[in-house]
Design a binder for this molecule. Structure first.
Ligand code: MTE
Length: 356
């Protein structure tokens, strides 16, 4: 039906929880590649922090040669880097796991993309120097609170291995789509770690500390670990790189369509490399065809939009399946890797359609 008949009809965020605020991007109704911040998903572990901007400083301390405290002005003067990157919550699609897992029941909208501008963390660490023996960089946010499973109060803090922290595209961002970062997304400074799930991109940075032993904060020793077993923690390992994945934006799951020509469209993304092919099956996986990938420029960190023209002449119920493959030859698996906290769901994408 023509949208002209619904003037002013606009998508909105999809609420998962309000306190703390967790809302999904209406991914099926997003058209561009740079999501307006109002439609950017929001994932918070605690209440929003209270910050005094006039008194905002960024300390870098720990195993550095000379600790420094940077003002935002200092940071704005340094050479910048702009990166368009997918930010995907590790819990995106959690609701699809079988058996079900506890936690925020994200559907497909725990993902967004846009243009972040900032200073490579590396540049700041070159100014402070790093002591021999340093292994990780801990980035702490201003938000804090009590977890359900522990007694103490914790801030949101996570570490990166030195190698990832020093990657020139790991940036301390101060702008999103050419505007100061919106408060809910980490103003004035947030970390952006391309290729890793969103938990690594710490918002509202309070301080950066270089350490020489593994950081054990609960947001990486309890949460954001894959636990393959239901009953125990055996064989657990950390959540890091985004898995190859895709989402069908149109048609919608369980939509009723008529016979004829329909455009199936969506996005595909991966943490390592780029999307090399997107395959579609409209007969429950018996036969597969290639979808047309729009951005062929092999740009890193971005999602790839794809589309496929489906001509359907017979009435009935159909399952549409999408399988993305990346340049490291990783494909979406037939079944997801089940894990107790429900991270990294990336099984072949499926929707059902009725043709009448
Ligand atoms: N940073 C802080 N300080 N506090 C948080 O709760 N959540 C993380 C990450 N950084 C979080 C944080 C998680 S799990 C994700 S997926 C992303 O921020 C979400 O970023 P967004 O709310 O800007 O979409």
């Amino acid at each position: 039906m023509s949208s002209a008949r619904y003037p002013g009809a606009k998508p909105s965020l999809i609420v998962r929880k309000l306190h703390p605020e967790n809302q999904e991007t209406p991914i099926h109704f997003i058209t561009g590649d740079e999501i307006d911040h109002k439609m950017f998903y929001r994932r918070n572990h605690f209440s929003y922090p209270t910050l005094t901007y006039s008194n905002y400083w960024l300390p870098i301390n720990g195993s550095v040669v000379s600790p420094r405290i940077f003002s935002v002005q200092d940071i704005l003067k340094l050479p910048s880097r702009t990166i368009t990157a997918v930010l995907e919550c590790a819990g995106n699609k959690r609701s699809l796991f079988e058996p079900k897992v506890f936690g925020e029941q994200w559907e497909n909208g725990g993902i967004s993309q846009g243009r972040w501008k900032g200073v490579p963390l590396r540049t700041l660490l070159e100014l402070t120097g790093i002591q021999a023996g340093a292994t990780e960089v801990v980035v702490e946010g201003y938000d804090y609170g009590k977890r359900t499973d522990l007694d103490n109060i914790y801030t949101y803090a996570r570490s990166l291995p030195l190698e990832k922290a020093l990657h020139p595209d790991t940036i301390i961002a101060y702008a999103y789509n050419d505007q100061p970062i919106p408060f809910k997304h980490g103003y004035p400074l947030r970390l952006i770690v391309p290729q890793w799930y969103g938990m690594a991109s710490v918002k509202w940075i309070k301080q950066v500390s270089i350490v020489d032993s593994p950081f054990k904060g609960p947001f990486q020793s309890i949460d954001y670990m894959y636990y393959p077993n239901k009953e125990n923690d055996n064989n657990s390992f950390p959540v890091t790189t985004i898995n190859v994945n895709s989402t069908i934006q149109r048609p919608l799951n369980m939509e009723v369509l008529d016979t004829g020509k329909h455009i199936i469209k969506g996005i595909a993304w991966t943490g390592k490399g780029f999307i090399s092919k997107v395959e579609i099956s409209t007969d429950f996986g018996k036969t597969w065809s290639y979808a047309n990938i729009m951005n062929q420029d092999q740009e890193r960190y971005r999602w790839f939009s794809w589309s496929y023209e489906w001509v359907v002449l017979e009435k009935g119920d159909y399952t549409i399946m999408v399988k993305a493959t990346d340049s490291h030859n990783q494909s979406q698996p037939t079944s997801p890797f089940w894990n107790r906290k429900g991270y990294g769901y990336n099984a072949i994408t499926k929707i059902k359609i009725r043709i009448e």
